[in-house]
Design a protein around this ligand. Structure first.
Ligand code: TRP
Length: 333
């Protein structure tokens, strides 16, 4: 039996942070043995809202690759590949755009949210509006059936499957499989300031590459319960970032439950819980940071890993594109 295929990826707009780790990276690590996994360094998708800063997109290709390898993605098991060097993805994107309407793209909740968040209005880059079709091309070119992503990406997988059904209906047979989003149960990790989205540009993230002082400062600055002024006051655990992070990173569930209980009743200071969280994060990130520094010191080796992965991915995605064109009944030369 061949292993089920995973395709997922990240825009190369900045180094990854602990939100990525608690979100999809942990799933990707766990699945690389049982699945045939491909990770896409999504530089062309990054261009859809960063055409004014291509240098940033280029510089972060290797940064994201360092992050993958540092957390334990094993190139012997997982293929890391570069989107802009897989022409079949661009070609399939163009084909798929004929199977989706502008109205449907504009209705996609992920796109809608992002248009609002970035204040694009009608001045939205056309590539950005169309990126759900491009992401469908990414997923289907690998014939992936499992897509580990954060919950914000779920509507993109849904739209991908709609396109797949249209292609299959037009072809009269199942050329492409539908995919399933694999979303972490814990939900998305908020930023250290309590805002829903952790992001480097929002200044509320802890990067996987963060140093000890940075980690300490971030935990110190973390949003807790603004009404919890004195240790003996009862405190709120809901919406309290320190507890949300303990839920995500502390393996000792019973101790977290006890701490929450004490915090709610009063008598537990922020500094005590913060110290516990800081220790956990220091422990989690120290080996990642060390491995990352090793890779960053040898970018030639990482470049080789990405080039090799891209070559393998290119073969596979070219074959799928060929199959889709034939199944749709395009002219054959
Ligand atoms: N949209 C993803 C992000 O914002 C990146 C991505 C590109 C992706 N292509 C993909 C994710 C295909 C899953 C599957 O980071």
């Amino acid at each position: 039996m061949s292993r089920p295929v995973i395709l997922t990826g990240d825009r190369t707009t900045g180094p990854l942070h602990i939100g990525h780790y608690a979100g999809s990276l942990k799933n990707r690590l766990a699945l690389q043995d049982s699945h045939r996994q491909f990770l896409l360094l999504a530089d062309t998708q990054a261009l859809t809202d960063n055409a004014d800063d291509i240098g940033k997109v280029r510089r972060n290709v290797l940064e994201v690759a360092f992050d993958y390898l540092a957390v334990g993605i094993d190139p012997a098991k997982t293929t890391i590949c570069l989107q802009s060097h897989l022409p079949a993805l661009a070609e399939l994107s163009m084909l798929y755009l004929n199977f989706v309407t502008v109205a449907r793209l504009e209705r996609n909740p992920t796109i809608k949210d992002e248009i609002r968040a970035r204040g694009f209005g009608r001045d939205i880059p056309a590539g950005f509006l169309c990126y759900p079709a491009a992401q469908a091309a990414d997923i289907t070119a690998f014939k992936a059936t499992v897509v580990p992503v954060g919950e914000d990406q779920a509507p993109l997988i849904e739209q991908c499957n709609e396109i797949v059904r249209r292609i299959n209906a037009s072809a009269g047979r199942e050329v492409l499989p539908e995919a399933q989003a694999l979303i972490p149960e814990a939900g998305r990790l908020p930023g250290i300031d309590g805002r829903a989205k952790m992001s480097k540009s929002g200044g509320n993230a802890i990067a996987l590459s963060a140093g000890p002082d940075e980690i300490r400062a971030a935990v110190r600055a973390m949003f807790t319960d603004p009404d919890h002024l004195r240790v003996e006051d009862p405190g709120r655990v809901e919406g309290n970032v320190v507890f949300t992070y303990l839920d995500a990173f502390d393996p000792d569930r019973d101790e977290v439950a006890r701490l929450k209980d004490r915090y709610r009743r009063g008598g537990l200071g922020d500094s005590v819980v913060k110290r516990r969280l800081e220790e956990l994060l220091q422990e989690l990130l120290a080996p990642i940071r060390a491995r990352r520094a090793d890779y960053a010191a040898d970018p030639g080796e990482v470049l080789r890993i990405v080039a090799e992965g891209t070559r393998a991915a290119r073969e596979l995605t070219d074959a799928t594109k060929q199959e889709v064109m034939e199944a749709l009944g395009l002219f054959r030369l």
